[in-house]
Design a protein around this ligand. Structure first.
Ligand code: SF4
Length: 385
């Protein structure tokens, strides 16, 4: 493992980021102040998943190695994994190709886990499985399995297309007796509450949530007893509001909350990053840069938090910072990368305070590149340590 960690460090470490962190997370250079969130970047689950993927390559140097999708949601990290000769088991449409897998092959399960049927299929082919599923994700699975065993329907607050939510939904079926319904946000939660209180039609309900409930789901039967679980990387405030609304609706319907179960399944690392950003946003900032993969759920939520307080740009890496009047960034509303021709960065010579944070899947070397790019665009030179 020591050799593996050395290689991982070499790929993702940043001496500059470590130095700035050790000195209070603030870097002053000339008229530029870069303020880093107290917590950002790789979480323990991501570090473990990457270590295990690198270790798998060393333990099985000649075997065919496959990964189910992406190890984490960061394109640079995934490119490094591909460079180790680890191939994606999924095609572009997300379909797994398991037909020609054999006992000599190795399949890596990513940090967000995968569905029960796919794991069983891979086991049938006799492959070695390197399971990097994060312990925090497995805690959610434990909860939804418990719901299934007690005939409680799991209401999963998450993105239906996200690997983790699909994996959790498959566990919510238990031994075949479990049910689930996936809600994305507060608006959808309101629709569930309306149904619980007899204010919505069954047809409309089934149409709206089509594809996001378990087979045979009947809202009249299966919303009698519910338990909320969530994708570990959702926005905590939103998850808490989902819980409050559903509990209130059940209490109003039944006269007591007995038929409502609640488990807090936001992971510690997500929580720490959200709390650290809140603290950062309490400082005066000219703008905030959120760095990470555009399909990363926890990074998206950091960008949502920033947007409410200060001009915020969600960027993939330093290449997005074209010049001080042109920036490429992910638009949360358009759900695509856009180019903005705006003076997003204060002119050189003017005092500027720039906040920087990153999701749990972003390595420090990318943060360093962003910091150096900002300084270069501001005409500042980093003094040698
Ligand atoms: S974000 Fe949380 S659940 Fe996801 S890998 Fe990191 S620690 Fe685990």
């Amino acid at each position: 493992m020591a050799r593996v960690q050395e290689q991982v460090e070499h790929h993702y470490h940043s001496t500059l980021v470590e130095r700035v962190r050790a000195e209070g997370s603030v870097l002053h250079v000339g008229k530029t102040t870069l303020c880093l969130a107290k917590q950002f970047g790789f979480c323990y689950g991501v570090e473990r998943a990457i270590d295990l993927a690198y270790a798998a390559r060393k333990v099985f140097p000649r075997a065919r190695l496959f990964l189910i999708g992406e190890i984490i949601h960061n394109p640079e990290v995934n490119a490094q994994i591909a460079a180790l000769g680890i191939r994606n088991l999924l095609d572009e449409s997300g379909r797994p190709h398991v037909e020609d897998l054999g006992p000599e092959d190795v399949v890596i399960v990513p940090a967000f886990g995968t569905t029960v049927p796919l794991v069983e299929e891979i086991k049938r082919h006799g492959c070695h499985i390197v399971d990097t599923t994060c312990g925090d994700v497995m805690s959610v699975w434990k909860r939804v399995r418990q719901n299934a065993s007690e005939e409680v329907t799991s209401i999963i607050h998450g993105k239906a297309s996200h690997e983790e939510t699909r994996a959790t939904a498959s566990r919510a079926l238990g031994n075949g007796n479990g049910r689930y319904l996936i809600v994305l946000n507060l608006e959808e939660t309101d629709r569930v509450c309306d149904y619980l209180l007899g204010k919505a039609s069954r047809e409309e309900f089934l149409r709206e949530f089509d594809g996001r409930f378990s087979e045979g789901f009947d809202p009249d039967l299966h919303l009698q007893r519910i338990g909320v679980a969530n994708q570990t990387t959702m926005l905590r405030e939103e998850t808490e509001a989902v819980q409050r609304k559903l509990k209130a609706a059940i209490t109003q319907r039944d006269g007591s909350p007995t038929n409502f179960r609640l488990f807090d399944t936001i992971c510690g690392a997500t929580q720490e990053r959200q709390d650290a950003l809140k603290e950062l946003l309490n400082q005066p900032l000219d703008l905030l840069l959120v760095v990470g993969g555009y399909n990363s759920s926890n990074t998206t939520h950091l960008a949502e938090m920033g947007e409410q307080r200060v001009p915020t740009y969600f960027i993939r890496n330093q290449d997005c910072l074209e010049n001080s009047r042109l920036i490429r960034h992910f638009d949360l509303h358009e759900k695509s990368e856009i180019s903005s021709s705006v003076p997003w960065l204060p002119e050189p010579g003017v005092e500027a305070r720039i906040g920087i944070t990153a999701g749990a899947s972003c390595p420090n070397n990318l943060i360093e590149e962003v910091m150096l790019r900002i300084l270069a665009l501001r005409g500042e030179t980093l003094p040698t340590a």
